[in-house]
Write a protein that binds this ligand. Sequence first.
Ligand code: COA
Length: 161
Amino acid sequence: MTQFITGDTKSLRKYMTAIVNMQPWIETPEERNAWIQRATSMNSKVILAVDDRHRLIGSFLFYPSINDDWIREHADDFPFDVEKAFTITLVWVHESQRGKGLGKQLFEKAHEMAKEQGLNVRVGYGAATQDIWSFTKAYSNPTIVDGLEYGGQHIQYTLIK
Ligand SMILES: CC(C)(COP(=O)(O)OP(=O)(O)OC[C@H]1O[C@@H](n2cnc3c(N)ncnc32)[C@H](O)[C@@H]1OP(=O)(O)O)[C@@H](O)C(=O)NCCC(=O)NCCS
């Protein structure tokens, strides 16, 4: 049976290497370390799914978007209070487990935890793959922030009820 474990990057430190190892677009050990440090410095919350043999089968992280220097510098360009925003990152479900609703469960748990922290706008930017854009679009109709780009990509947001 799938179990969910939640915490932060410090309490779940032993899983962080596995989480970044699972991301095919993070290629080198230096990049992996940088991503762990980034996730930690953003004060990210971590939601993990493990199977009955304690193998990691899914991970979602989110952080208050304001913890990103770039977002803070551009705070006035957003049509909402960025203090209320969160960003989901390092999304992954094991290939053998995809299409069974696990991504949806992790996504919903991330939203619940974000709401408990008073965060109610999901901001997507700088995604490493198209998968996450199409996945989040399956749930919402995100709005593009006019005139603001990050790494050549639009920034999008969704108000969470
Ligand atoms: C995206 C991902 C997390 C989805 O996980 P999953 O467990 O297969 O998703 P689910 O089975 O919970 O799917 C839930 C819903 O989303 C839809 N969906 C899943 N993946 C989708 C995708 N890539 N594009 C569009 N819709 C998608 C499903 O059809 C399903 O819809 P339904 O509720 O109407 O049936 C998984 O495919 C994955 O790990 N992809 C690689 C991750 C990645 O690229 N990460 C980049 C770093 S952010």
